[in-house]
Design a binder for this molecule. Structure first.
Ligand code: TGC
Ligand code: FAD
Length: 388
């Protein structure tokens, strides 16, 4: 198969700075060299390739937008390009980096004390400490405001009780950002060290999606967390502000997955002969390719603009929702179409498309389902919330 060429029909590359392109190219090479040769096996075995963590740390990919604390201090565009390239490899690799950076390092950087930042961030940037983010519960996914996990103050500690479900990185983490309700029924957050007694983790097996990523359940039973491990934010805006960072990265990442599938399908269609001609020569196949390039290009322009708005501090969370909704849904449709073009070969792990397709089913659900983002955009249009 011809080496990967990213679709760039509208020359978006021309809009990137030389530094942004250099970062993108470095991560592209990393994915070609370190991720693609191994990822299908890890996916098949249901394992996360943890040997990549320190490499990604050395490259400055963890918490890449944070300035100081040994982090790279990159702009949102460069960060988005990193996510795009990692997800071209596998959504599970991008997931790891999203959770570590946007969902764990970001809240510590934004809501932590100086002492917490100094202690956790440099180690997390190197990948020496791994984090996970516990918001979802078995009965509260789209509606995290209903969470039942409690934090009751007891002298110099909070006592945490509850269950967190579907937690990426759970069993490989050293710390968890746990969201719980205090005695006033307010949502508060904690940095919880995994070694504390009363903190248990169980992996969720038998997944057909994100198999090269760890997904776990966390059980908190009278887990005593020192009060100085509380984050300095009260209310759902605490976790939601972290989700904005992660959703932004996913909107970019989805383009990487879609581009991998698209490239594979274009090359396949040019060499697969049926009825004595390459299938690429048939109008119905060309229509599929043209429609996919159309959708990928629109998605690229969307995140490019969103990234520049974010850099200027002007991106709204509703814009981020629209981008996450559109781009992941786009990637899922592209992956399904590519799977069709690949025929029977599309169901094997010899090709990348099937793996991306299965992964994208999770990506469409986590960080807010496609319909939850549709409702967020609907509320921005009408001023009327339709969640309840
Ligand atoms: P609502 O009443 O609308 O808001 C409560 C407070 O939060 C503020 N707010 C936000 N702040 C910052 N960013 C946002 N995006 C915000 N959205 C809302 C809001 O202003 C309010 O503030 P205040 O000061 O007035 O209290 O909240 P609601 O309970 O009605 O919920 C609305 C809804 C449905 C949109 C929300 O619950 C939602 O987004 N649900 C989806 C849940 C979700 O995305 N979960 C993700 C879990 S983490 C994950 O999936 C990681 S996967 C990682 C990987 O592997 O890559
Ligand atoms: P539900 O909320 O039960 O939704 C089911 C269906 O109902 C969806 O189609 C949804 O759109 C629809 N629906 C719900 N409410 C409404 C409504 N008001 N109007 C119309 N339709 C509605 N969570 C974390 O906290 N941390 C993590 O690290 C994490 N990692 C994850 C990794 C994976 C692989 C997966 C699959 C999930 C992960 N999650 C994580 C959980 C994820 O965020 C939730 O799955 C997601 O928010 C949806 O919740 P749910 O699965 O309970 O679905």
């Amino acid at each position: 198969m011809k080496p990967f060429e990213a679709p760039d029909f509208f020359r978006i590359d021309d809009l990137l700075t030389s530094e942004e392109k250099e970062i993108r190219n470095t991560v592209r090479t990393f994915v070609n060299k370190e991720v693609l040769p191994i990822i299908a096996d890890y996916f098949q075995q249901g394992n996360f390739p943890s040997q990549l963590i320190s490499l990604m740390g050395e490259m400055g990919l963890l918490g890449a937008t944070i300035s100081g604390y040994d982090c790279a201090g990159l702009n949102p565009l460069a960060y988005g390009l990193i996510m795009q390239e990692l997800e071209r490899g596998d959504s599970g690799i991008r997931s790891f980096v999203s959770v570590q950076g946007a969902l764990c390092m970001y809240p510590i950087w934004r809501y932590g004390t100086d002492k917490q930042k100094q202690w956790y961030l440099p180690k997390m940037a190197k990948g020496e400490l791994i984090g996970c983010f516990g918001l979802t519960e078995p009965d509260f996914g789209s509606n995290p405001g209903g969470m039942r996990t409690t934090a009751r103050k007891d002298g110099s500690h909070y006592i945490l009780n509850g269950n967190k479900m579907w937690i990426t990185n759970g069993s490989i983490s050293h710390l968890a950002i746990i969201w719980a309700k205090n005695e006033n029924n307010e949502v508060v957050g904690f940095i919880v060290d995994r070694s504390l007694s009363g903190f248990q983790v169980r992996d969720i097996d038998k997944k057909f999606s994100l198999r090269a990523s760890v997904t776990s359940e966390i059980i908190l039973e009278d887990c005593r967390v020192p009060v100085d491990h509380q984050l300095q934010v009260v209310g759902l805006k605490g976790p939601f502000s972290c989700l904005n960072e992660a959703r932004y990265g996913i909107a970019w990442g989805a383009i990487g997955a879609a581009s991998a599938c698209y490239h594979e399908a274009v090359e396949y269609s040019k060499t697969r002969i049926q009825f004595d001609k390459p299938i690429a020569s048939y109008q119905l196949v060309q229509a599929k390719l043209a429609n996919m390039l159309n959708e990928i290009t629109k998605a690229q322009l969307l995140v490019y603009r969103l990234g520049r708005l974010k850099d200027a501090g002007q991106a709204t969370h509703q814009q981020i929702s629209l981008a996450k909704m559109n781009n992941v849904s786009m990637a899922l449709q592209v992956a399904r179409t590519c799977r069709d073009i690949l025929g029977a070969n599309g169901i094997t792990l010899e090709y990348q498309t099937g793996r991306h397709l299965l992964n994208l089913e999770s990506v469409n659900t986590y960080e807010g389902t496609e319909d939850i983002h549709r409702l967020i955009v609907g509320s921005a249009i009408t001023g009327i919330e339709a969640f309840r």
